[in-house]
Structure formats: C-alpha cells, structure tokens
Design a protein around this ligand. Structure first.
Ligand SMILES: C[S@@+](CC[C@H](N)C(=O)[O-])C[C@H]1O[C@@H](n2cnc3c(N)ncnc32)[C@H](O)[C@@H]1O
Length: 262
C-alpha cells in the first residue's frame, strides 16, 4: 500500500533523463499501480519529489561512473531497473514475496521487458539477503550500488542494522549505499513537524504497515558508520543534482561509500 502511494506521486514528477533504458515501462507500471489514487500538494509530496531527484541522480551518476551492479532493496513499485536499464548493467531487486509477485504480474500484463533484472523475494527480518544475492550472481569483487529508498520506517532498528552490515559484507571496495532516513527536525517548526510525523504514522499504520523505526539524518550517519558505510558529503557521485545538494542531508538523503575494512 505504501509503495503504491509512492508510485502515484512519482508518476507526476519530472525524472532525470537517460540516453538508454525503458522509461515507458516504468511509467506504465506506475500508472497501473496508482490507479485512481489521488495525489495532493503537501510537504510529503515535496519531500518525495526531492527524494526521487536524489535517487535518480545517484543511480544515473553511478552508471555513468562505470558501476555495473545495482541492488534495489525494498524496491516496491520502483522500476528504475527498467527506466535506467543499460547494456552490461545488472539490476537486482529485493522485496517481500507478496509485493514482488504483484509487481511481476503487472509487468507481465503490461508486456514490459524484464530480462535484465533479477527479482529476489526476501524478508529482511528473516532471510539472508547477502546469500541470496550471491547465489543469484552478485559479483562480490565488483563495486555495487545499493539502494534503500523509503523503507527504513518499516524495519525494526536491529533488522535495518543487520541489513546494512550484511550488504557491506558483499560490497566490493568502491561500492556505494544510497539510503533515505527521516528528515531533520527543526526547532522552529517542531509542532508542525510533530503533527506531520503523527499523521504519517497514523496513515501507514492504518494501511497495516506500522512505523517501526524513526531515524533523523545524524542517526542515519551513525548507523551507517557502525555498519561499515561512510557517508559522503560531496556531490561527486550525483548527476544533475538539481540544486539538491545543500538540502539533501537535512532531508535524510544519504550517500555512503564502503568503508575500508581492517
Ligand atoms: C514505501 S515502500 C517503498 C518502495 C520503493 N523503494 C519506492 O521508493 O517506491 C516500502 C517497501 O519496503 C518493502 N518492505 C517492507 N518491509 C520489508 C521487509 N521486512 N523485507 C523486505 N521488504 C520490505 C515493502 O514491501 C515496500 O515495497
């Protein structure tokens, strides 16, 4: 349900262009999923727009820089694996079996070409995602881009930490991890921010996907550091960042490199 709402919003955003890929397949899926879901102007919508820009820029930047493996964790109805498909690049998508089955049925019905994507079903709380990725052909000797967009609230803190740690274990030097955590709380709008956070909790809780973890940007940086990922403060890996760079940390949009193991 939450992935469906994100898809409905994302359908209305201007996306980063790429010289290759199947953007029409991504759009067809989002339209199919969104159905009659209405999106209204809101701060959530502005946040999702910035988030989409960030992940598009990281992904296209990484591909331009020569990355040949992308792992999208909790992919939901995101189809960047199709939108930004490129010859020689392998995409892995991981999600709960139910979400993924529904996505695959829709993609088949829409006639999308999915041959270059490896779909793995897994529950981060119960399954060894690292082993599944390696069994499915992830090359642990080559750098990967790992993506975790909009998933943090739905995982228990220990499950999230275990996921970040195990992804580091299968990440070659030079790998990147792009993750969205929560936004920074500003002292001057505490009441408004608290109200919005409560509304968000109530809404996703009512959809049967309760918020299990709330992390701000600093918590996210610390968690990643404990799990072997060093958050980068430069924008070199981002393409066409659309002026997002100065705000992205306060929005909890973090890009980390695999820290050296000692
Ligand atoms: C809000 S959606 C975000 C989807 C997608 N990343 C996006 O930005 O459109 C959260 C996703 O996390 C997945 N998810 C939640 N808990 C999970 C778990 N324990 N294991 C694997 N995936 C999970 C859901 O199935 C859903 O697709």
């Amino acid at each position: 349900m939450t992935a469906q709402r994100v898809a409905a919003h994302r359908l209305t955003f201007t996306r980063l262009a790429s010289s290759s890929g199947q953007p029409l397949d991504d759009e067809a899926l989002a339209r199919d999923v969104a159905g009659v879901t209405l999106v209204e102007e809101s701060r959530l919508r502005q946040y999702l727009s910035s988030r989409t820009t960030f992940f598009d820029a990281v992904l296209v930047g990484a591909l331009d820089a020569g990355f040949r493996q992308v792992v999208i964790l909790g992919a939901g109805y995101d189809a960047r694996s199709l939108r930004y498909a490129r010859a020689g690049v392998r995409f892995f998508e991981v999600d709960l079996a139910g979400t993924q089955l529904d996505k695959l049925e829709r993609l088949a019905r829409l006639g999308a070409s999915i041959a270059a994507v490896t779909y793995l079903s897994a529950d981060f709380a119960a399954d060894r995602v690292d082993e599944r990725l390696v069994d499915a052909g992830l090359d642990v000797a080559s750098p990967s881009l790992f993506v975790l967009e909009g998933v943090v609230p739905y995982l228990h803190a220990d499950v999230l930490a275990a996921l970040c740690t195990t992804m580091r274990r299968v990440a070659a030097d030079g790998s990147l991890f792009a993750i969205s955590v929560g936004i920074e709380r500003r002292a001057d709008d505490d009441a408004e921010a608290a109200g919005q956070a409560a509304a968000f909790r109530a809404r996703v809780g009512a959809m049967g996907e309760p918020v299990l973890t709330t992390l701000g940007p600093d918590d996210g940086v610390n968690l990643l550091a404990r799990c072997g990922w060093e958050v980068r403060h430069d924008a070199r890996a981002l393409r066409d960042d659309a002026g997002l760079d100065s705000r992205r940390r306060s929005l909890g949009l973090l890009l980390a490199s695999a820290a050296a193991t000692g």
